[in-house]
Design a protein around this ligand. Structure first.
Ligand code: GDP
Length: 471
């Protein structure tokens, strides 16, 4: 066993015992992970959740009524993790001309603390309690990297090259690969000449709606941008003499796993107790069947990280917390009239069904919801050729730097989710029964009454499922 592994095991063991003692004797801490693929809605979710937990006027379904006597932000416990920039994100959403905040690019954290009325006889003798909620925001793309931990460089190269050859976005990288001779001596310009088109390909594939574009840090590099640990690419099998480009790429791939993937899982992921996975199912439906199928496969990959014991086994960590509750939430439900929300929830449930069945989150409670963290539309019903049509109205970009109001109808989601998932699975290019159009709405100007957070859809139910039992 490697020394690092032993040290990790001991460290995790001690820390787990310590956490347990703290929790029993002092103040319970809930670590809530918020994840989802890029643009799934993590930043908006956390911002609105925190604002609505601080001012609970719009959270009727959260916790026992009147249990929380105060809620306040506190310095977070981890000094080296960036703080989730709550104030700046809220300012963006509540400005006179509101705009969407900047999206998640790396891991960040925020601590919210509650003063809670005591429960029961023994509790009332002990006086009010304090419960801390540590919210950890991280890109879902990083969870895909868990799969790399089990793959050698050669095995990863095989899979990554097969995907690149299949996707039109991979053409330029494949051409660069043909021009290269990876068995010759490594030099940095040659390494870059392959790593750059590979990174560009991953970004283009992501923009085209493909979800599986790992290694995750190639898309969201943060402070690692330009470093050797991100300067490699998959290569076809061949000679790998000492000092060759192939040998160096294989070494960097291993360094990526060791220095980037492993610390993330050990320091952040393995400590999460409650998790919400946000899914932009509507966005994928809007993009067409291939995007839905890709989302389904990627969610299955992402969710393997939550299989009990999997991370522990791969990372040789001892005492990994089990995620006790796992919520799957379809975001941006305000693009649809509420009469279609049950269909959206059913589609989202079907999307993660395979993963849920296979993962068997032993002991973990799971639930699925359609939500809008920030409601940016109002509903409207219109007569249309003698029929009524359920619409939503919101602000959209007018194409000239301004905004205008528009009412739109996103299309009829089918009652049976198989009507969406089956054509996607069998490789259809377009939907047979018409199109689904989701306009990108802008946040609406807000006038918040004292004690009220921003408007939302079912954020209180989401919060209640995730942490209500601890309040
Ligand atoms: P992240 O990459 O997961 O952090 O995603 P963001 O939270 O930045 O959200 C990405 C985009 O999705 C935003 O810029 C909005 O356009 C849209 N969005 C997110 N949440 C909502 C919501 O509740 N309602 C609506 N209408 N749009 C949303």
């Amino acid at each position: 066993m490697i020394i690092g592994d032993i040290a990790d095991r001991i460290f995790r063991g001690v820390e787990t015992v310590q956490d347990g003692v703290n929790e029993a004797l002092f103040e319970p801490v809930i670590r809530l992970g918020v994840t989802g693929l890029s643009r799934a809605g993590k930043t908006v979710f956390i911002t609105s959740l925190v604002a609505n937990l601080l001012d609970r006027g719009r959270m009727p379904q959260f916790g026992p009524k009147g249990a929380i006597t105060a809620a306040y932000l506190q310095p977070q416990p981890d000094d080296t993790v960036p703080r989730f920039d709550y104030e700046a994100h809220l300012a963006a959403l509540t400005a006179p001309e509101p705009h969407w905040p900047e999206s998640t690019r790396a891991v960040s954290e925020l601590r919210l603390s509650f003063r809670v009325k005591p429960r029961g006889l023994i509790g009332s003798m002990a006086g009010p309690r304090t419960v801390h909620l540590d919210i950890v925001d991280y890109p879902g793309e990083w969870l895909l990297d868990l799969g790399l931990m089990e793959k050698s460089y050669e095995a990863w190269s095989r899979d990554a090259l097969a995907a690149a050859r299949e996707r039109p976005e991979g053409a330029a990288f494949c051409t660069a690969l043909e021009a290269a001779d990876p068995s010759t001596k490594h030099d940095e310009p040659a390494a870059k000449a392959l790593a750059e088109p590979f990174t560009d390909y991953l970004k283009a594939a992501r923009a085209a709606g493909y979800s599986d574009c790992s290694p995750g840090r190639f898309l969201l590099p943060g402070e690692l941008e330009g470093s050797p640990v991100l300067t490699f690419a998959p290569l076809p099998e061949g000679d790998a003499p000492r000092g060759s480009l192939r040998r160096e790429f294989a070494r960097r791939y291993e360094a990526y796993k060791r220095e980037v993937v492993r610390p993330f899982f050990r320091d952040h992921f393995a400590r999460i107790d409650r998790q919400v996975v946000l899914v932009d199912a509507l966005g994928a439906i809007n993009a067409g069947p291939p995007a839905v199928e890709d989302l389904r496969r990627t969610m299955a990959d992402i969710l393997t990280a939550f299989r009990p014991g999997r991370v522990g086994r791969i990372m040789a960590l001892l005492g990994q917390h089990k995620v006790e509750r796992l919520l799957f939430a379809a975001t941006k439900a305000d693009h649809l009239h509420h009469s279609q929300h049950p269909q959206l929830t059913a589609i989202m449930e079907a999307l993660v069904r395979d993963a849920r069945d296979r993962a068997d989150f032993a002991g973990a409670k799971t639930d699925a919801l359609s939500i809008a963290a920030l409601r940016a539309t109002v509903e409207e019903t219109r007569d249309h050729n003698g029929d009524t049509l359920d619409l939503v109205r919101g602000y959209v970009d007018d194409g000239q730097g301004g905004r205008k109001q528009a009412a739109f109808y996103a299309g009829d989601l089918p009652d049976d989710p198989a009507h969406i998932l089956s054509p996607a699975r069998s490789g259809a290019e377009h939907w047979l029964d018409g199109d689904f159009a989701v306009m990108r709405v802008l946040p609406a100007p807000l006038t918040l009454k004292p004690g009220e957070g921003p408007p939302h859809i079912r954020l209180d139910r989401a919060a209640n499922f995730l942490i209500g039992d601890k309040i």
